[in-house]
Design a protein around this ligand. Structure first.
Ligand code: SRM
Ligand code: SF4
Length: 596
């Protein structure tokens, strides 16, 4: 029997239910079969196996070491101290660490099959959710991390929550499988509260999702909201980017960008990263409806034959931005739209350290090495430090898009207390770090990611140990230079708009992309197809030396590169369109043959 396609599995799943409930609780099954595995993603979890053990277990003729990664979502990365503590408790049932994600979520790895229900149920009872953290739906909505207390930031947080609620999938399957039928509305930001009478997100009729229909979206869908001048959410990498425009201290309306996205496959020229492009400007009251019009345009026009070309970026490319805009406008009858406004976004960096938040209180953005919150021997005791702060100060926690943690609402009188707790557990502020290290990020990759071709999170710190001295030697320690790494070309670490992107292609071999921008608004080009991990710092040095020699006064690396080099996009837009047309024709021909 041929393997069912993801589209068929969704269609026949009766509201993403399938046999997931039975199979997850069947102790006789070491892991989920394919169909339930597909459905599991919509519920916020990936089935994985420990890849460090794979070869050994295989040699011994044993089953893989199966476990689950569970992803909690929270709009704008907001979690209460209680919610943080819950995840800290839960990671004792997982691999012992929390992984902050670069979409402001929290991942627990290594949860055994028998423990998944308890973990998901606990997350829901805390007021957060795992629903739609993965799968072909709208994912966690990103928002500016800095907890600035002004009308604009407050409204933007409300917007991220409105979007998150609008795009939750609606089926009783989630409550039935994980919550014994109890209906829990995620209560973003405000903390735990279980109310069975609220607008029943989980109680819509089976398979009759008002936005997603029966087959959901062709692919994952990502939204981020940026407040100028910060581009911490990396706006142009998002399927949909939203930027508010402020008039008299209030959000008057928003510019919307569409069609960003970074996944590609090495050597397959019909796949490539794209930056989002301006679509339109719309009044604040109509923003969520406009995003729904974009989501349904993608639902109805996205490629459902080839998952590699199913993201919104390909739909926008295939339709063309003008036709795409016209279709979105057609879906907004009676609502006026305007030309997109010019955006002024400066940097994707977090502003680490202490800051005033505008209401007399303070926040501190704490650097977390690669987003991994653990108590590693000889390293910073992140878990212990954050636990003690959550217990004693009970302050809100915010996960940043650079996988750091912001501790918010701190009374000035408590500043020293926070610093003392961090210092006690070896969690240092970033004095003495190069600016490049402060913002560098690597995706998770080995040992948990089933798609990784090489190491990423586990090796980038060591590579930076070799790049830091070069930066210092050349007097570039305080320059904004963005390094990002991934273990495969899917682009989770957002490498394709970095100044330097290292993209795994085989064990210890990386494609090297150069020439993006710390502003997040330019794609890097493929400079070297395959570089050994140990040779990366040397290749970086060549560029840094040229930058030092040729830069104009005050010119940053990204601007020097743009002025002096041509960025070789891979593939070019022209190549991409030819390859995409050929691939689409081939698939259509295969479909005809199959039907005959
Ligand atoms: Fe990702 C798949 C981890 C952000 C593009 N991503 C995966 C999976 C689930 C592997 C899998 O499918 O089996 C990885 C789990 C690894 C693990 O063990 O934890 C994974 N992605 C991550 C995280 C944890 C990386 C991180 O360092 O933080 C991020 C989780 C964010 C979240 O909370 O939701 C993460 N992934 C991204 C981003 C960046 C972003 O969203 O801002 C991208 C590029 C932007 C984009 O989507 O275009 C990204 N992930 C992908 C892709 C390629 C999608 C495509 O269009 O081709 C895959 C593979 C897929 O979907 O088939 C993928
Ligand atoms: Fe895994 Fe590749 Fe994503 Fe890294 S980029 S987490 S290796 S899918």
């Amino acid at each position: 029997m041929s393997k069912a396609s993801v589209e068929d599995i969704k269609l026949e799943s009766q509201g993403l239910r399938g046999k997931l409930g039975e199979e997850i609780s069947d102790a006789g099954l070491s892991h989920l079969p394919d169909e339930s595995n597909v459905l599991m993603k919509f519920h916020g979890s990936y089935q994985q196996d420990d890849r460090d053990l794979r070869a050994k277990l295989n040699k011994e003729g044993k089953d893989k070491a199966w476990s689950f990664m569970i992803r909690s979502k929270m709009p704008g990365g907001r979690a209460s101290a209680e919610q943080w503590l819950l995840h800290d408790d839960l990671c004792n049932k997982a691999s012992g660490s929390i992984r902050l994600t670069n979409r402001q979520g929290i991942q627990l790895h290594g949860v055994l099959k028998g423990g998944v229900k308890e973990v998901i149920s606990s997350v829901c009872h805390s007021g957060l959710s795992t629903m739609g953290a993965c799968g072909d739906v709208v994912r966690n909505t990103m928002g500016p991390a800095a907890p600035i207390k002004d009308a604009v930031h407050a409204d933007v947080q409300v917007l991220t929550e409105e979007l998150s609620n609008r795009f939750l999938w609606r089926s009783t399957a989630y409550a039935d499988i994980w919550l014994d039928g109890e209906k829990i509305e995620p209560n973003w930001e405000k903390g735990p509260e279980v109310n069975p009478d609220v607008r029943a997100v989980t109680a819509a009729p089976e398979g009759d999702d008002p936005i997603y229909g029966k087959v959901y979206l062709p692919r994952k869908f990502k939204i981020g909201v940026a407040v100028e001048p910060s581009n911490d959410v990396d706006l142009y990498s998002q399927d949909v980017g939203i930027v508010p425009h402020v008039v008299d201290g209030k959000v008057e309306g928003c510019t919307i960008t569409v069609g960003g996205g970074f996944g590609m496959s090495h050597g397959q020229l019909n796949t490539r990263p794209f930056l989002g492009q301006p679509l339109l400007y719309i009044k604040r009251a109509n923003v969520v409806d406009a995003i729904e019009a974009i989501v349904t345009t993608q639902r109805d026009n996205g490629n459902r034959t080839e998952r590699k070309n199913a993201r919104l970026k390909y739909t926008v490319q295939t339709m063309g931005i003008d036709a795409f805009r016209a279709e979105v406008q057609r879906r907004l009858p009676g609502i006026e739209t305007f030309p997109a406004k010019e955006l002024k976004l400066e940097t994707v960096e977090d502003h680490l350290g202490w800051h005033e938040q505008g209401d007399g209180k303070l926040y501190v953005a704490v650097y977390v090495n690669m987003g991994r919150v653990d108590n590693k021997e000889g390293g910073p005791q992140y878990r212990a430090a954050f636990r003690e702060i959550a217990e004693t100060l009970k302050c809100p926690f915010i996960i940043t898009p650079n996988t750091n943690v912001i501790l918010a609402d701190i009374e000035p009188a408590d500043k020293d207390k926070v610093d003392a707790i961090l210092a006690k557990h070896g969690v240092v502020h970033t004095d003495g770090f190069t600016r490049a290290r402060k913002v560098a990020h690597a995706c998770v990759a080995l040992p948990t990611c089933g798609l990784s071709l090489s190491e990423s999170e586990r090796v980038l710190p060591g590579i930076l140990d070799k790049i830091d001295p070069i930066l210092r030697e050349l007097g570039l320690a305080d320059e904004p230079i963005l390094f990002r790494m991934t273990g495969c070309p899917n682009g989770c670490g957002r490498p394709y708009n970095a100044d330097f992107g290292f993209v795994g292609r085989a064990p210890n071999k990386y494609a090297m992309f150069v020439g993006g921008s710390i502003r997040g608004d330019r794609l890097a080009g493929l400079e070297f197809k395959s570089v050994l991990g140990e040779d990366l710092p040397g290749k970086v040095r060549e560029f840094l030396e040229a930058f030092k020699a040729e830069r104009k006064d005050g010119e940053i690396f990204a601007d020097w590169f743009a002025r002096t080099r041509t960025t070789g996009e891979a593939p070019t837009p022209e190549q991409f369109h030819i390859e995409l047309a050929e691939r689409t024709a081939k698939l259509a021909a295969q479909k005809v043959v199959a039907a005959e």
